[in-house]
Design a protein around this ligand. Structure first.
Ligand code: ZN
Length: 338
């Protein structure tokens, strides 16, 4: 069973390489889509191939009025429905790409989004496994996606904010290293307990600098992917409904977006904090000792400095605070001792 975006992506690469599709499609997939699917993630220089793939599925041979059925038929034709062997895999490869988007690009940063059908409970390869052509058609006609266009817009704004935050944080950390009192106090506020002296504070500043550089690099990469967490959504719905986002141990830079961020409470501030939080898990191996709801104030008794520096929410809220994004009220609420 496919668990991660990286696995679905690799499988799609393999199927396109190994399988034969309808002649025109085969040429297009093997020449152009092959270059779109780079080894380290999708290639933004080839994003137009992805758009063409969407158009060819939704408007095959210039069909003006698309529909679910038109799409399903187009995928089945492209996948050569007359050839039963591995038909499901060929259809799943096209269906996976049908729901992958090049969302936005700004400077070096490119955002990709994988928004799978709401009615699917597994990645397309597992969802379509073993189905006859008739059943395939019904499943392929399910096109309502988990993310709205508003959700996707928030992903790119959130990623831009997170990048901007990291840049400002690194400037602040450089000042802190240079003994600027205000910048050092900010580090202390979020990471130092009462036993931390100036030398220990310098070491926290070093750790944060190295970590935020890595987070900044991912934010500024052209392969940051936001994906539906389809497996948890169907197998652990209660957890999915109460989570903001998560990352998994996988090769590509993927952040899975869960229900809380998709709902009304997914504010601009929460999106950016969550992205920094999740990328700190990915890049710095931070943990979730405490969330903001229980308080994030470091203290020698319940939350010593060595725990605060490895706590993802402290990284997120510190970045927000450096960027002037937290109100006084919010700082007071969050800075209670857990
Ligand atoms: Zn976390």
């Amino acid at each position: 069973m496919i668990e991660t975006f990286t696995d679905a992506y690799r499988k799609t690469k393999d199927i396109i390489k190994e399988q034969t599709f309808e002649a025109e499609w085969d040429k297009f997939l093997k020449n152009e889509v092959k270059d779109l699917l780079g080894d380290d993630g999708p290639n933004c220089a080839k994003a137009s191939s992805l758009n063409k793939l969407h158009t060819d599925i939704q408007h095959p041979e210039g069909v003006k009025q698309t529909s679910r059925t038109v799409e399903a038929d187009a995928i089945l034709d492209a996948a050569r429905q007359g050839e039963a062997v591995k038909l499901q895999d060929r259809a799943a490869a096209l269906k996976t790409l049908r729901h992958l988007y090049f969302q936005s690009s700004r400077g070096a940063q490119s955002i990709w989004v994988c928004s799978l059908p709401k009615d699917y409970a597994q990645w397309p390869y597992d969802e379509l496994r073993g189905m006859s052509a008739v059943h395939l058609k019904t499943r392929l006609a399910q096109t309502d996606e988990i993310f709205t266009s508003g959700n996707m817009k928030k992903m790119s704004v959130g990623a831009q904010d997170a990048l901007k935050w990291c840049q400002k944080v690194l400037i602040s950390l450089a000042s802190a290293k240079g003994k600027d009192k205000k910048s050092r106090d900010m580090v202390s506020r979020w990471f130092a307990d009462e036993n931390v002296d100036e030398i220990a504070l310098d070491s926290l500043i070093e750790k944060l600098t190295a970590g935020f550089k890595k987070i900044q690099d991912v934010c500024n990469s052209n392969q940051l992917i936001f994906s539906d967490d389809i497996v948890d959504r169907s197998t652990q719905p209660n957890l999915w409904k109460t989570t903001y986002a998560l990352v998994r141990d996988e090769k590509l830079n993927v952040i899975y977006i869960e229900k809380v961020l998709l709902g009304r409470s997914g504010t601009k501030l929460e999106w950016a904090i969550t992205i920094v939080h999740e990328l700190s898990h990915r890049e710095v191996k931070t943990k979730d000792h405490f969330y903001s709801e229980s308080g994030l104030k470091p203290n020698a008794v319940s939350f010593p400095s060595d725990k605060a520096i490895e706590n993802a929410d402290n990284w997120g809220f510190y970045a927000a605070n450096v960027n002037g994004e937290l109100t006084k009220g919010k700082i007071t609420t969050v800075l209670k001792e857990p």
